[in-house]
Design a protein around this ligand. Sequence first.
Ligand SMILES: Cc1ncc(COP(=O)(O)O)c(C=O)c1O
Length: 420
Amino acid sequence: MQSDFTYMNGQLCAEKVSVSKLAEECGTPLYIYSRSHLIRQYRALADAMKSVQPQIYFAIKSNSNLAVIRTLADQGAGADVVSGGELFRARKAGVPADKIVFAGVGKTAAEIDYALKEGIKFFTVESEPELQRISDRAEAMGVTGRVAIRVNPDVDPKTHKYTSTGKAENKFGVDLTRAERAYDLAARLPGVEVAGMHMHLGSPIMTPTPYAEALQKVRPMCEALKKEIPTFKHLDIGGGLGIAYRFEQDPLDPRDFASAVLPLLHGLDLQIGMEPGRFITGNAGILVTRVEYVKESLEKQFVIVDAAMNDLIRPPLYGAHHEIISVVQTTERAFGDVVGPICESGDFMAENRELPAVEEGDLLAVLSAGAYGFVMASNYNSRGRAAEVMVEGERAEVVRTRETWDDLIRGETIPEWTNS
Ligand SMILES: Cc1ncc(COP(=O)(O)O)c(C=O)c1O
């Protein structure tokens, strides 16, 4: 079980706070985050990699709650952002602009202008047209845009096809064979300065091998570019480090990761960047949900809960596995599915599984829900998004209130001319 969510006297606790009590006070579905877990994961990675003193840019796409970002910023983390909205969040949470990197294949002119105005550390650039656009916008503003070309090393991270990003067939980055051309262009463009190189292979990656393979490919190019371009000072090796989603799974140990990649980074004399998201947030969060009905069918039992695919879409989207446990400890077992109330057969949290035996009104906790959980939530079926709570020791606080029905219709109008 996730170490910060354990049973005490038969009651599931988030650190030292009773999950039942939080569910009573805040309602369900409810996301709960352990602040201690966030800090421990961050430190474990920073410590394992300390011989290269990496700048960790927390990938806020994994969990962009302001309290989460602030917790990590207080530890020294910067932010990896992929939209103007994420940049706005990072700045609101107190991340200094010079610790922010901006990735993504489709940055708009408005987003580029905003990032240039803020003075971010660098853009990770995914194409030649994007380089041109950053240069044009920067020139028009009378500033310089720092850029790191995102290279696509064509390495298979052996993960779900929707979350593989460093293979030749993916839309991300510039192929190694074209990267030289992109660097030539960057060096010639008047509005940009080459800050370095970026790569990100995909996620979740459970062994260090793909990173080592990719670094072997890009290291010679970094060495050559460093000699040619005096401003080439950064190598950002991306995120994607995996976590255990199953009880029996071994998580990727940051020390093993470090022993595989450090030899390929030592001696490069570049500022090393990393962009972990899930590794820090994944097992820092759970989703608590209440059982509405237990429905028996011919083949199995359906446990119908008040959380749905709009709250946590990973199981139907990626076929992802999340362990599900009861909030009041039980040894009794049942077999079936945990499903939500949304009108889609894809609305499930677990399928054909041995589960804790529960009845109407009981609480369940969906584990490993801290990354790509709330951030992917939607209002489908006009369901308000869940509340989020952060705990540390015996303290707990709501860090995002539950959406109301009024929140759902905010900004909508009915044109007068539709009145008959
Ligand atoms: C460029 C980039 N960096 C970092 C990440 C973070 O990945 P993870 O949360 O698996 O560490 C992603 C995930 O999509 C990404 O696209």
